[in-house]
Design a binder for this molecule. Structure first.
Ligand code: PAF
Length: 280
């Protein structure tokens, strides 16, 4: 059965109040739609953990730097609702824009430090937009648990920091990246890849896997990153925003593998920006 769709905060709260009264726990999976197996795995994780599950779908204008990117972002609500059927979610919250940003909305949630590097360096304001909308979605749903993919690892750490700093009583759960058979990390943006680009896209993860093996063999990042970048570019990527080793907790830069180390990459392939990360 397709889960009911609510579009206003009032109707969402009418439902969540009933669940709360019955003593049920609530899990939320925030998304921007264009759902793929990665999102469905988050919904299933929520289903396994919580009495009630809400998936939110909201293409958040505040986190886009480029108006064309916002315009082109895939919007597939009917399909999304159908895909969620198999996961047994209880409610889909697709807020009308004024439910999130009513007239006069003037608040910005900005997390320091963690937002300056990696994707934050090339997308100014992006993570403020994410932190602002996610804090609203946490407060609107009053969920006990929130499920995020490790695919957007920096986002996950920022959301954790934001919830802790603002004392929002929610547990943020990170779930593993889901990959296509050829290793490409699942992302709604993959829909924007041409057939030709789709063939080359998995090279990014392939190169990262090789780097991981080299790092675990004792190599320093500085010794191997040049070759790795050259391989990514030779495969048809146009530009690399970053290919870095960082501590998974505070995202500080590393040169050698250690517990908690993660590789992070962002690169452009024919106008589509792909990101990936993996534990080393
Ligand atoms: O990861 C996403 O899809 C978005 O950044 C999120 C968390 C739904 C906020 O808009």
């Amino acid at each position: 059965m397709i889960a009911p769709i609510e579009r206003t905060l009032a109707s969402l709260r009418t439902q969540t109040a009933l669940w709360r009264k019955a003593g049920e726990t609530i899990g939320v999976v925030p998304t921007m739609g264009a759902l793929h197996q990665g999102h469905l795995s988050l919904a299933r994780a929520a289903r396994a953990e919580c009495d009630r599950v809400i998936v939110t779908i909201f293409v958040n204008p505040k986190q886009f730097n480029d108006p064309d990117d916002l315009k082109n972002y895939p919007r597939t609500e009917e399909d999304d609702a159908r895909k969620l059927e198999s996961t047994g979610v209880d409610l889909i919250y697709v807020p009308d824009p004024e439910q999130i940003y009513p007239d006069g909305f003037a608040t910005n949630v900005s997390v320091g430090g963690l937002t300056d590097m990696l994707c934050g360096a090339s997308r100014p304001g992006h993570f403020d937009g994410v932190a602002t909308v996610v804090s609203k979605l946490f407060l609107q749903t009053a969920a006990d648990f929130a499920f995020f993919g490790e695919k957007d690892y920096q986002q996950l750490q920022i959301v954790r920091r934001m919830a802790a700093d603002l004392d929002i009583p929610i547990e943020v759960v990170g779930c593993p990246t889901i990959r296509e058979e050829d290793g490409l990390a699942m992302s709604s943006r993959n829909l924007l890849l041409s057939d030709r680009s789709r063939v080359y896209a998995p090279v990014l993860a392939e190169v990262m896997e090789e780097m991981r093996a080299q790092l675990l063999d004792g190599a320093a990042l500085s010794e191997i990153v040049g070759d790795a970048q050259a391989r990514v570019l030779a495969a048809g990527f146009n530009e690399i925003d970053y290919l870095e080793l960082r501590d998974g907790r505070d995202l500080s830069l590393l040169d050698r593998a250690k517990p908690e180390a993660r590789l992070f990459a962002a690169a452009w392939l024919a106008g589509v920006r792909l990101i990936d990360n993996m534990a080393v």
